[in-house]
Design a protein around this ligand. Structure first.
Ligand SMILES: *C1O[C@H](CO)[C@@H](O)[C@H](O)[C@H]1NC(C)=O
Ligand SMILES: *[C@@H]1O[C@H](CO)[C@@H](O)[C@H](O)[C@H]1NC(C)=O
Ligand SMILES: *[C@@H]1O[C@H](CO)[C@@H](O)[C@H](O)[C@H]1NC(C)=O
Ligand SMILES: *[C@@H]1O[C@H](CO)[C@@H](O)[C@H](O)[C@H]1NC(C)=O
Ligand SMILES: *[C@@H]1O[C@H](CO)[C@@H](O)[C@H](O)[C@H]1NC(C)=O
Ligand SMILES: *[C@@H]1O[C@H](CO)[C@@H](O)[C@H](O)[C@H]1NC(C)=O
Ligand SMILES: *[C@@H]1O[C@H](CO)[C@@H](O)[C@H](O)[C@H]1NC(C)=O
Ligand SMILES: *[C@@H]1O[C@H](CO)[C@@H](O)[C@H](O)[C@H]1NC(C)=O
Ligand SMILES: *[C@@H]1O[C@H](CO)[C@@H](O)[C@H](O)[C@H]1NC(C)=O
Ligand SMILES: *[C@@H]1O[C@H](CO)[C@@H](O)[C@H](O)[C@H]1NC(C)=O
Length: 481
């Protein structure tokens, strides 16, 4: 539905604002010449067998499997996610919701020939790698460009607590001497073998993580590590990966919060191992995203969700932790303040009584949280390879913005109005279009809209965009053909 009322355009009269800034007006000035970090994508995870629920483990019909995949991945009807994060299994068995390892038999020593078993990771009815291989293929077919495979732990026999759960450390890193020896090379070889199995299925893994939340000791797969200890493994892993000829790059360390990751990154830097990393990865749980890390590597927020709240589908109700607007603000601040290049949800779709999924499944019921449409505001309008550009806000109210320029020259400007009144917004500085017949479109999400196209107009380059943003709403404006 195109509702023309919410949108007017100041063609060619250029920067003459049709209202006084004192009337709840907001002016956003875009400067595409001033650029910041690259955008790599929006993403999600279906590890711990959550993916099997997309394929019907809890009663979802095949028609709804398609619908759920579209909701997460489609760039015309869904959130347009382009990054999938998979879990590399470390468990001995795979009842729900464990992830079985490709190496469950303990070798006699770190140098003994390993007994890898890819077929052993079959989840009956859902295929290899505990169901994740099929999801990976389907995701790629629907536009996912980047696969990030992350190990929550090494197999138990490589660790000083002899278990893939309950924390413990990799044998052979600083301070961890095990009677069984140094297992760093064996762990590197094991991760490599996992990628080779995917390669044989025609799937290239772009990034590999060898830790997940290495600051937490928990009763599921987990492995502790300091920055120095991560560097001790990188010293072995990086040359192993390089020698393999695979293009997979290393991610580290998926700290459970921003500061937990910052301290590990600093440890890696002090140990001189930063150059071995492809990306720096952090979660948002234990400490919130804040000032950027001091690194030239792209930084990704790779896991975050509301784990504690009751199931929340609303965009805005009272500003609580699971609402769509709350997450729109988290995502926007991550790009604008914390310099991330990608933002990943914990669970995409799943049957959960917590509030962590963007799409909640129950039997054949599919309930979409407004959080999904917060992800769509970037996933649908910014393509991997875009760069964030300067967007300066002058506002009498609570309006925040990010702007990105896509490789084709088009620009997407995400504007959140956190205030309880409608905002009049003027966007200036959009100059860089090469099309003779540009369009400007606006996509609205709030309690009544799900990334709905609310206006579409001819637009001439250099002219201002003027619009109204309803209270407690988000609009992304896009230019392009
Ligand atoms: C828009 O509203 C949200 C939710 O109330 C708030 O968090 C945000 O800071 C507001 N932004 C602006 C620019 O008013
Ligand atoms: C949308 O997805 C399709 C299918 O993957 C892809 O070919 C196309 O380039 C995408 N469009 C944008 C704007 O990202
Ligand atoms: C593993 O090493 C850590 C750090 O030295 C130590 O605290 C822990 O007790 C060790 N675990 C076992 C089971 O020995
Ligand atoms: C590993 O720890 C888990 C969780 O505490 C426990 O259930 C399991 O029996 C342990 N496995 C082994 C091989 O000790
Ligand atoms: C991790 O937690 C387990 C269970 O509470 C405990 O036995 C173990 O000592 C802890 N390990 C470390 C290294 O803290
Ligand atoms: C933001 O990240 C990029 C790498 O993606 C880096 O080159 C740049 O220096 C960072 N900027 C800030 C302010 O940290
Ligand atoms: C918001 O409303 C929910 C549902 O009624 C309630 O559980 C929660 O405590 C409220 N949160 C705040 C911050 O008021
Ligand atoms: C999904 O929504 C329906 C209808 O509102 C509700 O009855 C059901 O409990 C919801 N399911 C979940 C998993 O929240
Ligand atoms: C979803 O999970 C709940 C809680 O674990 C469970 O009771 C329910 O049966 C599950 N739904 C389906 C359809 O499996
Ligand atoms: C903007 O919105 C946020 C969240 O609702 C609020 O905390 C903040 O006070 C608001 N700021 C202004 C200037 O209204």
């Amino acid at each position: 539905m195109i509702a023309r009322t919410a949108f007017t355009l100041l063609c060619s009269i250029s920067s003459v604002a049709a209202f006084s800034p004192t009337q709840h007006g907001t002016t956003i000035t875009i400067n595409t010449k001033k650029t910041y970090q690259q955008f790599d994508g929006m993403g999600f995870c279906e590890a711990f067998q959550r993916g099997t629920q997309i394929y019907g483990a809890d009663g979802l019909s095949s028609a709804n499997t398609e619908r759920v995949l579209d909701l997460l991945l489609s760039n015309t009807t869904g959130a347009g996610m382009t990054i999938l994060r998979n879990g590399i299994g470390s468990s001995l068995t795979n009842p729900y919701d464990l992830m079985k390892s490709i190496e469950t038999v303990t070798p006699a020593s770190p140098n003994a020939t390993p007994n890898y078993d890819w077929q052993g990771t079959t989840k009956p009815g859902f295929g290899l790698d505990n169901g994740q291989l099929q999801l990976t293929k389907d995701a790629i077919a629907r536009g996912v460009r980047t696969i990030y495979s992350d190990a929550w732990s090494a197999p138990g026999f490589m660790k000083n607590n002899s278990n893939d759960s309950n924390g413990g450390y990799l044998c052979g890193v600083s301070g961890i001497e095990c009677s069984s020896g140094d297992w760093r090379q064996a762990y590197a070889d094991y991760l490599l073998q996992y990628f080779k199995y995917y390669e044989a299925e025609g799937v290239a893994i772009d990034y590999v993580g060898f830790l997940n939340e290495p600051d937490l000791n928990v009763t599921y797969a987990s492995m502790l590590s300091s920055g120095q200890q991560a560097a001790d493994f990188l010293e072995v892993f990086s040359p192993t990966l390089e020698a393999s000829g695979l293009k997979t790059k290393i991610a580290c360390c998926d700290g459970s919060g921003w500061e937990e990751e910052r301290s590990r990154l600093e440890g890696i830097q002090q140990a001189g191992a930063e150059s071995t990393l492809g990306i720096v990865t952090a979660h948002g749980y234990s400490s919130p995203l804040s000032t950027p890390f001091s690194t030239s590597k792209p930084v990704w927020q790779t896991e975050w969700a509301d784990l504690d709240g009751p199931q929340t589908y609303a965009w805005y109700y009272n500003g609580s932790t699971g609402e769509g607007l709350t997450w729109a603000n988290h995502i926007q601040q991550a790009f604008a303040v914390s310099n991330v290049s990608a933002f990943l949800s914990w669970i995409g779709a799943g049957n959960t009584t917590s509030n962590s999924a963007l799409v909640l499944l129950d039997g054949d019921e599919v309930n979409v949280s407004k959080r999904l449409w917060a992800y769509a505001q970037w996933g649908r309008t910014v393509s991997p390879g875009a760069v964030r550009v300067d967007a300066h806000v002058r506002s009498s109210a609570n309006v925040t913005t990010t702007a990105f320029q896509n490789k084709d020259g088009s620009v997407a400007v995400q504007v959140i109005n956190n205030s309880g009144r409608e905002q009049q917004v003027t966007i200036s500085g959009l100059q860089t279009h090469r099309w003779s017949s540009d369009l400007v479109k606006s996509y609205l999400t709030n309690n009544d809209h799900d990334f709905d196209l609310t206006a579409q107009h001819q637009w001439s380059r250099g002219s201002n965009i003027q619009s109204h943003i309803p209270p407690l709403s988000m609009i992304t404006f896009t230019t392009g053909s």
